[in-house]
Ligand binder design. Structure first.
Ligand code: PMP
Length: 346
């Protein structure tokens, strides 16, 4: 791996970050706060939240088994995606490499930040080759984006290829594990100490059932986390979100129960899909959704919309021709979808 100094944009290394009132004083002893130009009325929403989310991170360490200096929290993983571009990629000069197809925000953030985005097509079973990604990279490649389980394909990427990439790429490897809770593969979080060039993204939006509160996590070396924290908006995770996330972390059993139900429903839904006349192929899934190749994706999508059931038509995406992406819902919702498709015919 290149040194982090070589990988980080010079202006970010030189940056003097904004220092908020809550950065300068964060002790609990004081009772009169006249330092942040807040309104003294309307407790508790009148006060700025903790910019470093200390209580939330302390709870998170118990579940994730990584210490707080390895955790960055953002306004969804989408914030972390944008920040890695802003921290490491010089606009108009650097580039990133990513598997294709994958989650669309990696490219959108590349475009916003004027960073060249190089796509490398997956194979016909939606796997990638580390060698092919490395062949697409050059001196100006700062980041490689992987997503496992991948969106929209649903499958885990091969662990041996991920390891090969981590061992050979001299930039940073972003591994988006938004859907890892639904997979049998262990998270790469356990490997953080082994790979200084690894950044793992996870989110509260999927297994945790908290898409509305916008909370994403990035896990990496303390040095990388320091850089991301330096350039984030001072109060990027609001107080309501921090409180709600802490209360979710205290009911981890419930999340495990949801995941178990969703995995069972995934199995049932996919097995029934295979036998539907309008379904040609159901792709392997390690996530809370799956991809199905159907007879006519546009027509079936519109047919379902008319019945008030919305799936995602992914037929315009690379390697996903004629495919619909179906999120696993409650047993009742899944039943409605199956009934509608059974009535559709071929
Ligand atoms: N990563 C992947 C792979 C996703 O599919 C999504 C949401 N569709 C996200 C990240 C976004 O996560 P968040 O809600 O935390 O921004």
């Amino acid at each position: 791996m290149k040194s982090l100094k070589e990988l980080t944009r010079p202006n970010i290394i030189a940056l003097k970050p904004y220092s908020s009132a809550r950065d300068e004083y964060n002790g609990a002893a004081a009772s009169v706060f006249l330092d942040a130009n807040e309104n003294p009325y309307n407790l508790p929403h009148n006060r700025y939240p903790d910019p470093m989310q200390r209580d939330l991170k302390a709870e998170l360490t118990k579940i994730k088994k990584v210490s707080t200096e390895h955790i960055f929290l953002g306004n969804g993983s989408d914030e972390a995606i944008d920040l890695v571009y802003r921290a490491f990629c010089e606009p108009g000069r650097d580039n990133v490499v990513a598997i294709d197809p994958t989650y669309g925000m990696y490219q959108v953030c590349a475009d916003v930040n004027d960073v060249e985005y190089r796509k490398v097509l997956l194979d016909d079973v939606y796997q990638f080759s580390a060698d092919k990604l490395l062949a697409a990279a050059d001196e100006q490649t700062k980041l490689i984006f992987l997503c496992s389980p991948n969106n929209p394909t649903g499958n885990d990427l091969l662990r041996s290829e991920i390891e090969k990439l981590l061992n050979t790429f001299d930039g940073l490897v972003i591994l988006d594990e938004a859907y890892n809770d639904f997979s049998e593969s262990p998270s790469f979080l356990e490997e953080l100490d082994k790979y200084p060039n690894l950044i793992v993204f996870q989110t509260f939006s999927k297994a945790w059932g908290c898409a509305a509160i916008r909370l994403g996590m990035a896990f990496a070396s303390a040095e990388i986390i320091t850089i991301l924290s330096k350039i984030k908006y001072p109060y990027n995770v609001n107080q309501l979100t921090q409180e709600q996330a802490i209360s979710m972390l205290q009911k981890y059993d419930e999340i495990e129960r949801w995941v178990k139900i969703l995995k069972e429903e995934r199995t049932r839904l996919m097995a029934t899909f295979v036998a539907l006349p309008c379904v040609q192929h159901v792709f392997r899934s390690d996530a809370n959704f799956f991809l199905a190749r159907v007879s006519d994706a546009g027509a079936i999508y519109n047919y379902l919309v008319a019945k008030g059931i919305i799936v995602r038509n992914r037929s315009s995406i690379s390697l996903c021709g004629s495919c619909l992406r179906v999120t696993v819902g409650t047993p009742e919702e899944n039943e409605q979808l199956l009934k509608a498709l059974q009535a559709y015919g071929k």
